[in-house]
Design a protein around this ligand. Sequence first.
Ligand SMILES: NC(=O)C1=CN([C@@H]2O[C@H](COP(=O)(O)OP(=O)(O)OC[C@H]3O[C@@H](n4cnc5c(N)ncnc54)[C@H](O)[C@@H]3O)[C@@H](O)[C@H]2O)[C@H](O)CC1
Ligand SMILES: [K+]
Length: 215
Amino acid sequence: MTQSITVEQSRELDDKTINKIGIPSMVLMERAGLKIYQDMLDNKELNLDNVLILAGTGNNGGDGLVVARLLETHGYKVSILTVGNPDHASEDHKKQARICDYYQIPKVFMNANFDKYTTLVDALFGSGLSRNVGGDFATVIDNANGSAPKIHAIDIPSGLNGDTGEVMGTAIKAASTSTIAYPKVGMLKDEAKPYTGKIYVDDIGIYRGNTFENA
Ligand SMILES: NC(=O)C1=CN([C@@H]2O[C@H](COP(=O)(O)OP(=O)(O)OC[C@H]3O[C@@H](n4cnc5c(N)ncnc54)[C@H](O)[C@@H]3O)[C@@H](O)[C@H]2O)[C@H](O)CC1
Ligand SMILES: [K+]
């Protein structure tokens, strides 16, 4: 049985790794981005000729910006659509956005035609999802689901409740998902399969000391 954890446990492990053990969150984000990039290369279903990163303004979006930079520096064509107010972005997201600016990675906007891309990366939100999805986020998710390119999700398909596997209004239907450290309990439920697709579990050095009742 794959060990799985709740969203709260995931956030506790992140916090313990960063604030008690002392591995900086930017190090974890860089490791996450590298693993996600490698998963995308591994998944032969994904055509990486023209990738669009759908980035929220939290650390899930930050992971997506690391993937953007890695694609760029390895010669892939990549663009970024940021959803939400960049002024409210997390500190790590802002740092990653500045790095993407150094590489002059093109930015697109809500009116982008998703059908012109070959793969979409879902970096809208992960363990921070706290309510039903609406507004621009719902529009982007529904447009993504209705467009031609396959989707690779980061940590948890955006809009999927990581604990119950339920759809919170609307949710990304991914061909594959790179989940950080452990699968989240809801992702392993039968009803979540159309949203997670193939799951890659990425060890990025998050604390593994505890065993969980979900094991
Ligand atoms: N914590 C770490 O060191 C690591 C985290 N990883 C990645 O980070 C995300 C969790 O990031 P966080 O910033 O806490 O939240 P999200 O990015 O998931 O969400 C962003 C933001 O979105 C807002 N929000 C919540 N629900 C909604 C909604 N329905 N509509 C609109 N906006 C919403 C809320 O304000 C959130 O703060 C985790 O999943 C990993 O991908 C690293 O990978 C490892 C280190
Ligand atoms: K996501």
